[in-house]
Design a protein around this ligand. Structure first.
Ligand code: FUB
Ligand code: ZN
Length: 605
């Protein structure tokens, strides 16, 4: 059994602080929000159950562990990386249990964990595909996701230990990590993970165990890239981001999800080592991705052929790939960048992805999922209960229950509000404990009330993100106009706070007509409609004449909150002469009868 010390649950507890702020973990944030609470309840009551059933009953994912453990006879069934879905599902259950204790669900997952642990080999190795098909073949092919599965095991194990206090899975994960650490690294074997993910997971494991070698291994793995170590059997070096050392990267290429996980791992390694060695590359990559390759919805990776990037400005709508996992990866990476720089533009991207390209991945019923998120459809694209490659459903099942981690952040003398969600938390500031409570109807309204209650009077700054989409806003502090500054996209209210002070902010949220960069060929002569952070679309069920839809400078827009439509959404009516078209939020499309859909609509001047 490996020796390790648990240093506590905090992800960011023990590092030299390079970051300008640290997120407040969702486990300390209570959400009571008209938009989010029903979604989180659905994930807890429907989506997780659907994912477990898929792993346990409808596919062989748990069977594979049973066969690998020798608990039953059989062959490996499914795809070689299927173990990862079981781990992501467990991570999702763990996050959900924090706010929705459920003894039955926990017992069900405990039983799955027993089987996973039983499948582990005496030397710590754990991937059912190779255990069943022949351990002699393990660690021979870098495209085979062994470290990817290990990474998801580590993340699930930490989450489950934090949620339940039970460490059986964490001990299993540590044994696998130790096996990897004993096999690969300086003076040992070389490895370049074909699917990045383990890097960010090892940094988490370092933070939880206090064992620096996990951080060293994560750093070493990143540093192996770009040195011609591998003759990749398929695709190209660009697909695997193995063309240049990571610190020298200028442009993104290849597989979108792998890239996002790698960039997140680079940011984590940089934060944990206190080095800025990767920040230059990350700045360049961010400009490239956000400036030239991101869809309006925050979707990235336009091509289905490599599940990733092609050339700049190549953003087809009907053929858009935009894997749900890639948008989740964008949120992870941009949160790290926001932590480093304290700049709201990264939180703007988080918001764009969450409300559009991520949320579109799940049906309102919670049991249907999009893998691919196009911006136009002829009517044949629909969510499904599961996929052969089921990374997206299982990723949603772990992302959504932890969405509370993107709302607040803290630094020595500032409390940051990044997302607008009716919620509350209590944070430790230099002046003592401070409670913050938000009330809002965001994203349908731009009015946000924030109540601050310090345990005792104290000086600090409240930094409220002014969303990038917002052109005008007003605010008052306890009814008065205080003079404040705006820094890096945040409204900074610096003062001596006393009990029960209220900040009222109002972001104007008109309907905005959006034009794409003219280099995006697919959107030439078209416009899209947004309101606040929400991207809208036309669906045929509301617009039988969808093919004739045209916007113009004379289009008049009106909005209406429709309580009984699609769980309650703000719709937009676009009127041009006698013609009226109805827009709905993009993330709720394909929840009614099948039909055409489009985000970008013809425009005549
Ligand atoms: O390869 C594992 C997962 O399957 C990737 O993250 C997804 O893009 C899909 O290829
Ligand atoms: Zn996916």
């Amino acid at each position: 059994m490996a020796a390790f010390v648990f240093c506590g649950g905090s992800l960011y507890a023990q590092d030299r602080v390079l970051e300008s702020n640290l997120p407040v973990d969702f486990s300390r944030v209570a959400i009571n929000d008209a938009f989010w609470t029903p979604k989180l309840d659905t994930v807890a009551s429907v989506s997780l159950d659907a994912c477990i059933n898929q792993c346990e009953k409808h596919t062989a994912r748990i069977d594979n562990f049973e066969v690998a453990a020798g608990l039953k006879q059989g062959v490996f069934k499914g795809i070689f990386y299927d173990d990862s879905d079981v781990y992501k599902m467990i991570e999702g259950v763990a996050y959900s249990l924090v706010n929705n204790p459920n003894a039955e669900l926990e017992a069900r997952v405990d039983r799955i964990i027993d089987v996973i642990a039983a499948a582990q080999q005496p030397d710590g190795y754990l991937m059912t595909y190779y255990i069943i098909n022949g351990l002699d073949k393990r660690w021979t092919d870098m495209t085979m996701h062994e470290m990817y599965c290990a990474g998801h095991l580590i993340e699930a194990a930490i989450a489950y230990r934090n949620a339940t206090g039970k460490d059986k899975l964490l001990k299993t994960a540590v044994r696998f990590a130790d096996h990897i650490d004993a096999t690969f690294g300086e003076g040992k074997r070389v490895w370049v993970p074909g699917h990045q993910e383990i890097e960010l997971a090892l940094v988490k494991l370092y933070r939880v165990t206090g064992q620096k070698r996990y951080l060293t291994l994560a750093h070493w793995l990143l540093e192996q890239r770009g040195h011609d170590h591998v003759k990749w059997p398929i695709q190209s070096k660009g697909y695997f981001m193995d063309e240049y050392p990571v610190r020298d990267l200028k442009y993104i290429s290849g597989h979108a999800v792998r890239d996002m996980y790698m960039f997140t791992g680079m940011a984590d390694v940089a934060a944990a080592t206190g080095s800025d060695e990767y920040l230059g590359a990350m700045n360049r990559l961010w400009d490239d991705v956000v400036g030239t390759r991101m869809y309006l919805t925050g979707g990235i990776g336009s091509s289905r052929f490599n599940e990733g990037f092609t050339e700049q400005y190549d953003l087809p709508n009907e053929d858009a790939y935009c894997e749900t996992c890639a948008s989740i990866g964008m949120v992870l990476w941009n949160q790290r960048l926001n932590m480093f720089k304290g700049d709201a533009r990264y939180a703007d991207i988080m918001e764009r992805c969450i409300y559009n390209g991520v949320l579109s991945g799940i049906s309102l019923s919670g049991d249907r999922f999009f893998y691919v998120n196009p911006l136009e459809s002829k009517g044949g694209h629909h969510r499904r209960p599961w996929y052969g490659t089921a990374c997206c459903p299982s990723n949603l099942s772990r992302f959504l229950p932890s969405v509370g981690s993107y709302i607040y952040a803290v630094s020595d003398n500032a409390l940051w509000v990044n997302m607008f969600v009716s919620s509350s938390t209590e944070v430790d500031m230099a002046c003592g404990k401070v409670r913050i409570e938000q009330t809002t109807h965001y994203p349908w309204s731009g009015d946000v009330n924030i109540r601050i209650t310090p345990q005792r009077k104290g000086d600090f700054a409240l930094k409220i993100r002014i969303p990038g989409w917002c052109r005008n806003y007003s605010y008052s502090v306890d009814g008065c106009n205080l003079s404040t500054e705006v820094k890096d996209g945040y409204l900074v209210i610096e003062k001596t706070w006393k009990k029960d002070e209220t900040v009222a902010v109002s972001f104007d949220m008109p309907v905005e007509v959006v034009q794409a960069d003219p280099r995006v060929k697919a959107d030439v002569g078209k416009r899209a409609v947004m309101r606040g952070p929400i991207v809208y679309c036309l669906e045929q069920v509301d617009n039988p004449q969808i093919d004739d839809a045209v916007l113009g400078p004379d289009t008049e827009f009106s909005t209406c909150f429709e309580e009984s439509l699609l769980g309650g959404v703000q719709t937009i009516e676009a009127r041009r002469g006698e013609r009226v078209f109805k827009f709905i939020p993009y993330h709720v499309w394909d929840n009614r009868e099948a039909g055409k859909m489009k985000v970008w609509v013809d425009y005549v001047k």
